[in-house]
Design a protein around this ligand. Structure first.
Ligand SMILES: Cc1cc2nc3c(=O)[nH]c(=O)nc-3n(C[C@H](O)[C@H](O)[C@H](O)COP(=O)(O)OP(=O)(O)OC[C@H]3O[C@@H](n4cnc5c(N)ncnc54)[C@H](O)[C@@H]3O)c2cc1C
Length: 469
């Protein structure tokens, strides 16, 4: 007998785009890191917002949960269904058209399944910049970026996904279409409803398209690696860079010695450009789209003043795009190195920027007191107060034994985060990974408000159940 839900899905998206065979569905049922595995009744690949509406209405009639999935690069298990086998995974990858680009308004309208790197190219072709940038940009989709409020390396200057969105089109759990793609820069007619969906991790609806901000394309960039005299100097160095480079400062990334060593161990060809490998370094980048601004002069003057003030002990400035890319490969090598070294216990945290050095010190001390052999790898977007405070499996401990320590290590790190008024998830969201922690760390008033919003929009709890709340 034909399953009426599957028959309905086939009617909406066509046979080829409704997957039920295990070989075809397998890639959609596990996450990027292979930590979560789930089951689904089907994977549906719609091509239009109307098809998404029809699928949500059909799913509602059958009481079937919907799990939206973008590029499946999320690090919190948000796009993986549970193992109940009842869900429909809604993969947006066929909705990949750029509907319009308005150079005068500095905006474009893209469907949710557009790959982030393709948006960069489209903006660049129009002599514009779409600044959201993260290592997963060749695979992640703009719908997923908005659903997770992605950050990345340019947040310092341009903000995160939330700040780059002018409007959304989304299908709500009852199948109705919310659409606000006018690209208006100013609209004070009540609640900003798009912001509810941004960062909601697929629990309040399916984003089908977005109006996004574009910026003038940079014509020059300056990149440098700076050896910090001590991690406590990072905050005054950041303030100096902001003062000297103003809006041209785009990235301020913390690089630890241990991370660079891991990169050099596991990634061929990563040459360190300074004479000495210090405990802490900064990768700083500025760019400008103005021919009137002498970026190189401002950059060098700022670094000279930092040397003079004793904030940095050494510096090297890239003299070509090739050298600049080599510096970024060192940053990316930290991520690759930690994965190749073994298992990780990850903490994607943020604290107020001025508190980062103190947090590193006290959280490190608390961890070492509990487990003297702990290997801490703290790196990332210091300019935003966002540190990836990860623990790396020691060579003399098995993966299972190491991962068994996760709850104890999480509690120590997140207690410290809370002490500084920080967040337990600065970029990667809550998904399945941090759901229990959210219960403990978010204020009861906020949790209650979140639950009431969820209940109002999705009373049957069919949108990505088991995630976030
Ligand atoms: C190597 C690597 C580097 C990374 N670096 C960063 C970084 O610097 N900064 C950062 O913020 N993140 C980073 N990430 C995490 C990840 O890339 C981001 O969270 C990204 O925004 C997820 O996009 P996606 O399309 O892959 O979404 P998915 O993983 O497919 O989904 C993520 C969540 O969004 C929901 N979702 C997806 N599409 C939609 C939609 N259309 N409508 C409603 N809900 C939807 C899913 O249900 C899920 O809950 C990195 C990941 C990797 C693997």
């Amino acid at each position: 007998m034909t399953d009426p839900l599957i028959a309905g899905l086939r009617e909406i998206v066509g046979d080829r785009h409704c997957l039920t065979e295990s070989e075809a569905t397998a890639p959609f049922l596990t996450d990027w890191r292979g930590i979560y595995r789930g089951a689904a009744r089907a994977v549906a690949l719609p091509e239009t917002a109307e098809q998404v509406q029809a699928i949500l209405q059909l799913a509602r009639r059958h009481g079937a949960p919907i799990v939206p999935q973008g590029g499946n690069t999320g690090l919190s298990g948000g796009a993986t269904p549970d193992d109940g086998g009842k869900a429909i995974v809604l993969a947006l990858k066929r909705m990949n058209r750029i509907r319009s680009l308005d150079a005068a308004n500095n905006s474009l309208v893209a469907e949710a399944g557009c790959i982030l790197a393709d948006l960069h190219q489209a903006a660049s072709d129009a002599d514009r910049l779409f600044p959201l940038s993260l290592s997963a940009e060749g695979s992640c989709q703009i719908g997923g970026n908005l659903a997770t409020n992605a950050g990345g390396i340019n947040v310092l200057r341009f903000g995160n996904a939330r700040d780059l969105c002018l409007g959304l089109e989304a299908v709500l759990p009852d199948g109705s279409l919310f659409s606000n793609l006018s690209g208006l820069r100013k609209d004070n007619t009540g609640y900003d409803l798009k912001q509810l969906l941004i960062g909601s991790e697929g629990t309040l609806g399916v984003i089908t398209a977005a109006a996004l901000k574009l910026f003038p394309k940079p014509i020059a960039r300056a990149t440098a690696i700076l050896a910090l005299s001590g991690v406590d100097k990072a905050v005054s160095l950041l303030a100096r860079c902001r003062a000297g480079l103003a809006d041209q400062l785009v990235s301020f990334e913390l690089l630890p010695r241990f991370g660079i060593e891991l990169g050099q161990k596991h990634v061929p060809g990563l040459a360190w450009p300074l004479a000495v490998l210090p405990d802490w370094s900064i990768l700083v980048e500025a760019n400008t789209s103005s021919p009137a601004f002498d970026l190189q002069a401002a950059f060098e003057a700022t670094l000279a003043a930092a040397l003079e003030a004793g904030e940095i002990a050494d510096a090297t400035v890239a003299t070509s795009d090739q050298q600049s890319r080599a510096m970024w490969r060192i940053r990316e090598g930290i991520v690759e190195g930690q994965w190749r070294e073994g298992a990780n216990i990850k903490h994607d945290i943020s604290v107020p920027v001025a508190q980062v050095p103190r947090f590193l010190e006290t959280a490190g001390a608390a961890l070492r007191a509990a487990w003297p052999q702990v290997r801490i790898l703290a790196f990332g977007h210091l300019g935003d107060g966002n540190v990836h405070f990860n623990l790396v499996q020691p060579p003399d401990e098995t993966k299972d034994r190491f991962l068994d320590r996760t709850p104890a290590m999480n509690a120590i790190v997140h207690d410290e985060v809370q002490r500084y008024g920080g967040s337990i998830s600065a970029e990667h969201g809550i998904g399945q990974l941090r759901r229990a922690e959210l219960e403990l760390r978010k204020s009861p008033v906020e949790l209650d408000l979140m639950r009431r919003l969820k209940q109002m929009l999705d009373p049957e709890n069919l949108m990505n159940p088991g995630k976030l709340l």
